[in-house]
Ligand binder design. Structure first.
Ligand code: NOJ
Ligand code: CA
Length: 548
């Protein structure tokens, strides 16, 4: 059966930073609603909202204290219902983030589990060990051990893969699986069109008594023991089958950060009934040859390794029967214009490269303006202890504080979540109050300015999105042609049509020999010359051709 999401073009909205409607400095649902005409004009047909549930906001909403209600800073249930209704009226599908691996420590389940050792909710979480001794040496993604002491003083510890205020749910418990299925069904019942399954690959854990081999006493991020274990698939199958039985058109989009392409095939195969598509973090291998050995590598800006990028893209394009997702940025990484693209031409070319491949684009809000990461002027603005450590080490190695802060601003996830730049008023039209996130946005033209400029990045994205809707870019087979290092050239071909995308990955002029045919330009970035089969691309230029 054809599904709407086979043709999805998703726009990712970080609700806290998109549009504030009541002057408290925090973006909200009514703000998003006001901007539906903008989304419609952009041409996308789905939005993914980062979490908007009740949350203490330790991890900006990924710590959920109540799955059945909207955080009051974001709005009310009525606001959410109105947003869904208005989005649908505008032809836009709504995908919500669904945080299923962990809850907030403020969730009533966890509160009861701690308060009462006989609580049925004790087994909703993972308590282990005794006498304050940690069961193993596994490390959390957010630093330190995965184990934190049971606040009740029982001497046991509880398991948390992320912040210690985000205890992991025990998916081995069938009641947890049912409860999370109920949450999903509740929101689908409200009319949403899909769920982005946060960190789903981590729901199964290995034998907790097994430490990870290591020569150090420090906790170690032991992914083989808590990522992509076979039970992930066993437990998600009934969950996904229930959803698809009740809501056949519900889009299940899994965040499969570290999954290999073969696992991604398992997760998305028509036989396993798990996900419709997955988001991998494997696209972006970096070239680490220029790293400064004196500093932790976490906040050192490094270029993409284009050779690896090319291989990874082709393998995912060719291997996945389901639609791959196509993206350059999200709330967990520095923005495209900060991390990879160093000119507007390059940003445009890379957008063509990625989004015209086979699959579902996910465009991170503000990318269509060329927005960069915010620049923070103080360590405290990052709200992250690891930044303090980095800046101290960088200064000890002879960097100025400003240089160290720039390195972190250009690589850290928080400055990638800056307020959307709507117009030229104070705070860019995002809020009449004080934005929840401080920091300076490097100069970029606002929506208002770009709307009036036919040559703007915004107009370019509108054209690109319109082109993506053509059948050849929806259904065409993908083939990478030129295997050389300096370019990325591919065709998309159906029985009826053919198109060719050619991108210069370098800062030098390059020449590409085109396959025989007649070429008509659909879109371009930068400058090029084409005479019969000879295509010359100026630095970082790119072009999309219809081919006859
Ligand atoms: C992945 C989310 O994208 C990230 O922002 C969050 O911190 C973790 N999952 C934990 O929910
Ligand atoms: Ca607000």
């Amino acid at each position: 059966m054809a599904s709407w999401y086979d043709r999805a073009i998703i726009y990712q909205i970080y609700p806290k930073s998109f549009q504030d409607s009541n002057g408290d400095g925090i973006g909200d649902l009514n703000g998003i609603r006001q901007r539906i005409p903008y989304l419609q004009a952009l041409g996308i047909n789905a939005v993914w909202l980062n979490p908007v549930f009740v949350s203490p906001q330790v991890d900006n909403g990924y710590d959920v204290a109540n799955y059945y209600a909207i955080d009051e800073r974001m709005g009310t249930m009525e606001d959410m219902e109105a947003l869904i209704r208005d989005m649908h009226a505008a032809g836009i599908h709504v995908i919500m983030d669904f945080v299923l691996n962990h809850t907030s420590d403020q969730h009533p389940w966890f509160q009861d589990a701690v308060r009462n050792k006989a609580s049925i909710y004790r087994d909703y979480y993972i308590f282990a060990g005794e006498n304050g001794k940690k069961p193993n040496n596994w490390g959390s993604f957010f630093g330190g051990s995965v184990w934190a002491p049971d606040p009740s003083g029982s001497g046991q510890s509880y398991f948390h893969l992320f912040d210690k205020r985000m205890p992991d749910l025990n998916w081995a418990n069938p009641e947890v699986r049912l409860a999370m299925g109920d949450v999903a069904e509740f929101w689908l019942g409200k009319g949403i069109d899909g769920l982005r399954l946060d960190a789903f690959i981590h729901i199964a854990k290995a034998d907790l008594q097994q430490s990870f081999p290591s020569n150090s006493d420090e906790p170690i991020v032991a992914e083989p023991f808590f990522a992509n274990l076979p039970m992930v698939q066993e437990w998600l199958r009934p969950f996904a089958e229930r959803i698809k039985a009740d809501y056949p058109q519900a889009f299940l989009l899994g965040e499969a950060a570290s999954a290999s392409v073969n696992l991604a095939v398992d997760y998305t195969s028509a036989y396993t009934h798990l996900m419709d598509s997955v988001i991998t973090f494997r696209y972006f291998t970096t070239d680490e040859t220029g790293l400064d050995a004196r500093l932790p590598k976490q906040y050192q800006p490094v270029p993409l390794d284009w050779r690896e990028f090319r291989k990874t893209q082709v393998v995912w394009q060719q291997t996945l029967a389901a639609q791959p997702t196509l993206y350059w940025g999200n709330h967990d990484m520095a923005r495209l214009a900060t991390r990879v693209a160093h000119s507007e031409t390059e940003a445009r070319s890379l957008a063509m490269l990625m989004y015209l491949e086979r699959g579902i684009p996910i465009i991170y809000y503000g990318e269509e303006l060329g927005m960069q990461n915010l620049q923070f002027n103080a360590v405290s603005e990052f709200k992250d202890a690891s930044v303090d450590d980095f800046v101290q080490k960088a200064m000890a190695a002879g960097k100025t504080k400003a240089a160290a802060l720039k390195m972190v601003s250009d690589t850290h996830k928080l400055p990638a979540r800056g307020p959307m730049l709507w117009d030229d008023s104070k705070h860019g039209g995002f809020t009449s109050g004080t934005p929840w996130l401080t920091g300076q946005l490097p100069a970029v033209a606002s929506v208002a300015q770009q709307q009036n400029d036919k040559h703007s990045m915004l107009h370019f994205y509108q054209q690109l999105i319109a082109i993506k809707q053509q059948p050849v870019f929806q259904d065409g087979a993908f083939r990478l042609l030129n295997l050389g290092e300096s370019t990325y050239v591919y065709t998309r071909t159906t029985a009826m049509e053919s198109a060719l995308v050619a991108i210069n990955l370098t800062g030098a002029e390059v020449e590409v020999k085109l396959p025989a045919g007649e070429y008509t330009q659909l879109l371009s970035a930068g400058e090029y010359e084409q005479v019969s089969d000879k295509l010359v691309l100026k630095p970082h230029a790119g072009v999309v051709f219809q081919r006859y």
